[in-house]
Design a protein around this ligand. Structure first.
Ligand code: SAM
Length: 371
């Protein structure tokens, strides 16, 4: 890793114990391997002391054992603690180990279901959020995963639980890698995708229940695992998106707006002016503004001309399709590798499967090798 990365990228020094490679372990950001193609790697280890160096992964997606549910029968396992608070403290210890590995634009997504104990929900997800917040993490989202089916529950005096949470933690309030555009393109919901995800339930063929569908991981990877990371400075490239003048001709209003624009001889500058004045699209507006944060007189007059020509149809251009026009450039002039996701409670390896499917790299860690 270049000097620039050592200075810029990390918020914490290497954690005690990190970097003590297990036998056979190779640094996953080994440039030769990382450039050529995405890789997957599995390690036996404890999620509280993940044996990786800072920069070995870009983000974490994981589903730890839930409190007092399955006994995995391995020494050092998490999930069988005497109290929910001890369980949460162990998860916080894990998160500190991951924080030491992640760059400052990394994210952690934890899928955690709740547990009934003595008849009452104990709220392990909420307890984890509070403890993580107290430990300095930012909680960016509590995603509700709605399941079509789930574990049988014979109780006649309560409703079956058909949701779980995925909590998005970041080490800092801002500056984490996030590609909402890619997510919206893939999973719909236009410009404002929501924190409620309806995804089917599946059992896989192994002896463990894996209530963790590939689609759930894919959604998170799409949001927060970079497509391209500079092998020199370690910075991810960010998508550059611009609103275009392209409208959907299958919508009658959009078709009419395009006809009118043509008939009245409107130029691309007119359309850009409508978009700069008519919507709060700062990125687009900055291109045609004066730099003062206000639209220049010429932009205002172009927008007025265009609005007069189009009447109410001008609005069509304010929600025209957006497109990727490029990627940010860190200036290293080096190569790029795919983002690397770490799953420290790998289980059957759903995270690795999902990463492989879309060309991201993945490292799975588990105490047990018997999955
Ligand atoms: C709920 S499963 C993970 C399910 C996974 N999402 C999947 O798709 O299969 C939890 C896993 O955590 C592992 N585990 C328990 N305690 C651990 C620890 N301290 N460190 C690492 N792995 C641990 C268990 O062996 C088990 O494989």
């Amino acid at each position: 890793m270049c000097e620039k990365a050592k200075v810029d990228n990390f918020i914490q020094p290497m954690a005690e114990g990190a970097g003590n490679a297990e036998e056979g372990y190779r640094n996953p950001i080994d440039v030769e391997r990382a450039i050529t193609e995405p890789f997957t790697q599995t390690l036996i280890g404890d999620a509280r002391k993940v044996p990786l160096e800072p920069g070995a992964a870009d983000m974490v997606i994981t589903s730890p054992p839930y409190w007092m549910k399955r006994d995995y029968g391995v020494d050092g396992q998490i999930g069988q603690e005497a109290t929910p608070n001890e369980f949460v403290q162990n998860l916080i210890e894990c998160m500190e180990s991951w924080r030491a590995i992640l760059p400052r634009w990394g994210s952690v997504f934890v899928n955690l279901g709740d547990t009934y104990h003595n008849g009452s929900l104990v709220n392990t997800p909420g307890r984890l959020e509070i403890a993580a917040h107290d430990a300095g993490w930012t909680i960016r989202n509590r995603i509700v995963w709605i399941k079509e089916a789930g574990m049988p529950d014979p109780a006649k005096d309560r409703l079956k639980s058909r949701h779980e949470y995925i909590i998005h933690f970041t080490p800092r309030r801002r500056g984490y890698y996030y590609d909402q555009f890619a997510y919206a393109e893939k999973y719909g919901n236009g410009t404002g995708p929501s924190d409620v995800w309806q995804i089917g339930f599946r059992r896989n063929m192994s002896k463990h229940l894996a209530p963790y569908p590939v689609e759930l991981v894919d959604r998170i990877l799409t949001l927060a695992c970079p497509e391209q990371v500079c092998t020199c400075c370690g910075k991810p490239r960010e998508r550059v998106v611009r609103r275009t003048a392209k409208l959907d001709p299958s919508r009658p209003q959009a078709k009419r707006a395009m006809e009118l624009a043509k008939e009245k001889g409107l130029t691309p500058e007119h359309i850009a002016a409508i978009q700069a004045t008519g919507i709060s699209d700062a990125g687009k507006a900055m291109q045609v503004q004066t730099g003062t944060g206000r639209n220049s007189a010429s932009v205002k007059s172009l927008a007025a001309e265009a609005k007069a020509a189009l009447g109410g149809y001008f609005r069509e251009f304010t929600f025209a399709k957006r497109e990727t026009v490029g990627w940010t450039d860190c200036g290293c002039a080096g190569s790029f590798r795919p983002g690397i996701v770490l799953d420290p409670f790998m289980g059957t390896g759903t995270t690795l499967t999902a990463a492989r499917a879309i060309g991201r790299s993945a490292i799975g860690v588990d105490l047990s090798s018997s999955h």
